[in-house]
Design a protein around this ligand. Structure first.
Ligand SMILES: *Cc1c(COP(=O)(O)O)cnc(C)c1O
Length: 422
């Protein structure tokens, strides 16, 4: 094997890696290039990518159409501040997202990460009530198994017991976090929580159809319809966080479409730029926006990230939307879905496997436990694939454009690596 490049050894002592105990975490892999569903490492190895870089690279890496759009924008104007200035890429993207989003979702607020998009959605919900003259609606009803980001307000609406944020229990604001109403018992608890907190809730917040980072937990469309009815019954907005599910991941352009549910506020990010540049959007309905439309400056939404509406990122997002229009992405998702279900099915017979499931381009093997996470990750790399298991979950969220052979490499590697574990 080739020695790691000098930048690796020199830089590693100075970088702080995500979600990592820096003392014990195995050294990360040094990536030098990507193409399609492949990641090339500094030592010359090439891995088939099963994660699409935290679910972002839905068209595969280095799609020439996105690259060209970004290059062209770089020449003309990489960025201007969005305060007092606007530009074609951002306004075109806002119009296209408004057309694409279901129902009356038609007002787009741009930010630069998913967490901030959720923060903005929460801020909108709280201020909406204040602007309408109703005080005291400051809490959020969210769900166990949920994940909405790592900033403080986002942490407060994530699953409270889940390892990532448990240490901050006393620091983040207390919210009302309950089980999704998916059976008689959880429905009762949901109703009780609604009744107990009705007057203090600002919004109900959920990930539609799949709770991603909380464990790739699926629920059906009826659950979403229940949330819609609940929000309506107490007169608060329903916020759907489609940062993971948006842009085809679950099989429809937006997961909420499969349930025929339109939220009042929708958050998008991850696949928005096709995995090239950071960008997020919080999309509100006309009705939500109207609560801010006033002669009173205090009724304005006071938020404005420095890199809001970044032109390079918006150009990438517009190019990504072109690809959804021109290429049969959702058909590819359906195809990937069938191959994931079939390819992972043999895992069901392995010891320690609790469940095997697929929805859209998401394939999941749920285990009783993963005792040697680092060892499992290493075995995947040895088999030429990049897969990032977490908690009790081994999952695949490949690019929608992945080839059948590459997908077979991924599913076979999972079957083999889990079988080897015994
Ligand atoms: C990833 C994710 C976020 C946070 O997005 P960041 O860009 O990492 O801040 C929020 N909600 C959901 C559903 C996500 O999957």
């Amino acid at each position: 094997m080739i020695e790691p490049p000098p930048w690796f050894a020199k830089g590693l002592p100075h970088v702080w890696l995500p979600y990592a105990q820096m003392k014990t975490t195995p050294p990360p892999l040094a990536a030098v290039a990507t193409q399609g569903s492949r990641i090339k490492l500094a030592d010359g190895r090439e891995l088939v990518d099963g994660i699409a870089s935290w679910w972002t690279a839905c068209h595969g890496y280095n799609h020439p159409h996105i690259a060209q759009a970004v290059r062209r924008q770089l020449e003309a104007m990489p960025h201007v501040m969005f305060g007092g200035l606007v530009h074609e890429q951002a306004l075109t993207l806002a119009r296209r997202l408004a057309q694409l989003a279901p129902g009356g979702l038609n007002r787009v607020f741009f930010t630069d990460s998913g967490s901030v998009a959720v923060e903005v959605a929460m801020k909108m919900a709280v201020q909406l009530h204040l602007n309408r003259g109703e005080r005291g609606r400051v809490k959020f009803l969210s769900f166990r198994g949920g994940y909405h980001g790592d900033t403080f307000a986002c942490m407060s609406v994530c699953d409270p017991d889940e390892g990532m944020h448990a240490a901050f229990a006393g620091v983040v604001p207390a919210q009302v976090v309950v089980d999704l109403p998916r059976d008689e018992e959880s429905e009762k608890a949901f109703e009780t929580a609604l009744a107990a907190h009705e007057g203090e809730l600002a919004a109900i917040l959920a990930e539609p159809l799949v709770q991603g980072a909380g464990g790739m937990i699926f629920h059906d469309a009826e659950v979403l319809r229940r949330l819609r009815r609940a929000a309506d019954s107490i007169g608060v907005p329903l916020i759907l966080d489609e940062i993971f599910t948006g842009f085809g991941r679950t099989g429809t352009m937006f997961a909420c479409e499969a349930a025929g549910v339109v939220p009042d506020i929708l958050t998008l990010s991850k696949a928005l730029t096709g995995g090239t540049l950071p960008l997020a959007a919080t999309i509100a309905t006309g009705e939500v926006f109207d609560a801010f439309w006033s002669d009173d400056p205090a009724h304005a939404l006071m938020h404005g990230p420095t890199f809001m509406g970044n032109a390079l990122a918006c150009a990438a997002a517009n190019a990504s939307l072109d690809l959804f229009e021109r290429e049969p992405r959702l058909d590819q998702v359906a195809h990937v879905s069938a191959l994931l279900a079939r390819g992972l099915e043999p895992c069901r017979d392995l010891k320690g496997v609790v469940d095997v499931r697929a929805m859209g381009a998401i394939g999941v093997v749920e285990l009783e436990k993963i005792s040697d996470l680092a060892g499992l990750k290493r075995r995947f790399v040895e088999r030429g694939v990049f897969v990032r298991p977490f908690g009790r979950i081994v999952y695949l969220t490949p690019a929608f454009t992945i080839s059948d052979d590459e997908l077979a490499t991924l599913t076979q590697a999972i079957v083999a690596a889990l079988a080897e574990k015994g």
